[in-house]
Ligand binder design. Structure first.
Ligand code: SF4
Length: 367
């Protein structure tokens, strides 16, 4: 059976192992320089795969020019799934990388049919939330796609010359004109930092959720075809598992009842955690006897991704498996930890909102 990933689809990817065999993503376990990968996203295999990440790390260690580039769709307030990328970017900055962030307003307008003014508003909100999560403004540059100029748009035209519709459909499935242009724009986003007009050659790493891999595959193909003409090399990439929504399906802005947003009120968090899918048993007696099933539990997923260190996580897992804790009590702990995290984030957001000279770090559209 044909297997395809659609970056514009909302469904959840479950079978991560298939991505190694079908798409050639490499397991993160085999990477050298593991001493640089201490973040729990690596040690807990939340970042589970890569393409040429070893080459990018080697370049970083040798002191060559490296950059981390990723993009966001400005279509609403960021949620914890988005914060995963903030967290990764923060980590890459801590080991020495500069970061460039695309605000994909052209794509939001064309593919998602978002209102133009709202995409600008949400894009600027993204910037503030990213910095509130801890990105270093001195090492971060943001740009809106529609604020870019000729050299960037010339790339999109050039790339269209060496890609056929059949190749694009093999990667993306059914396409509309808006999706074709958006995909080529994403490739320009990924490859343009290597050009003289944008500071000259550098090694580019793109950390993404695995649903965005089609853009990486296209960008790598395009880089090969323009190696001679433009001096492009393939970008590297890392892939994280997608944080699931509280019902076990994909966390998405289009399903707000099952996502935790970074500006969420405490009362709403309480209600959402209360209805979250768990791996608990039908009755308290059964759970005490059989233990819970944390691998099925969205509360345990929140613990694993954001809320607990290794020791605490291990204790909760053991308590759950042995039936020493019931879901009500466990959810109360998760609620308190999550509220604390969101409260701190909101405080930093308010400080940034008051003090940030946004024009200094964001390239905005001028119309
Ligand atoms: S006890 Fe906690 S970790 Fe275990 S299934 Fe219930 S909520 Fe999930």
């Amino acid at each position: 059976m044909e297997v395809r990933i659609d970056p514009w689809d909302y469904r959840l990817i479950q079978e991560y192992d298939k991505l190694f065999t079908v798409f050639g993503i490499q397991p993160i376990d085999n990477i050298p320089r593991r001493e640089l990968l201490k973040h729990h996203f690596f040690t807990r295999r939340i970042i589970f795969g890569h393409r040429d990440f070893d080459k990018w790390l080697e370049a970083l260690v040798k002191g060559e020019k490296v950059i981390v580039l990723t993009g966001f769709m400005p279509s609403g307030t960021p949620h914890l799934g988005t914060a995963m990328v903030f967290e990764e970017l923060k980590y890459f900055q801590s080991i020495g990388a500069q970061v460039k962030i695309v605000i994909a307003d052209a794509e939001a307008y064309a593919v998602r049919r978002e209102d133009r003014d709202l995409t600008i508003k949400f894009g600027l909100e993204f910037v503030k939330h990213a910095l509130a999560w801890g990105l270093n403004p001195e090492k971060t540059e943001f740009y809106f796609q529609t604020a870019m100029r000729e050299a960037y748009y010339r790339l999109i035209q050039m790339f269209s010359r060496k890609i056929t519709m059949a190749e694009m459909e093999a990667i993306y499935g059914d396409l509309s004109p808006a999706k074709v242009v958006s995909a080529l724009t994403q490739v320009a986003d990924i490859l343009h930092p290597q050009l003289e007009e944008f500071g000259g050659f550098k090694h580019v790493l793109v950390p993404v959720g695995v649903d965005q891999d089609p853009h990486l595959r296209l960008a790598r193909d395009v880089a090969d075809r323009f190696e001679g003409e433009l001096g492009l090399t393939r970008p590297s990439s890392t892939y994280h598992k997608l944080l699931r929504g509280l019902d076990g399906n994909k966390m998405s802005k289009s399903r707000p009842d099952f996502a935790i947003f970074l500006d969420e009120s405490e009362e709403t968090i309480r209600k959402k955690i209360a209805m979250a899918l768990t791996g608990g048993r039908a009755t308290a007696e059964e759970q005490r006897r059989l233990g819970g099933e944390p691998w099925k539990c969205m509360v345990f997923e929140l613990y694993t991704y954001f809320l607990l260190d290794d020791k605490e996580l291990n204790e909760i897992r053991e308590d759950c498996l042995k039936g020493r804790i019931l879901c009500g009590e466990c959810k109360k702990i998760a609620f308190e930890k999550l509220v604390e995290k969101i409260r701190e984030h909101k405080k930093r957001y308010m400080e940034i909102n008051e003090n940030l000279a946004i024009d200094r770090i964001v390239r905005k559209p001028s119309f």
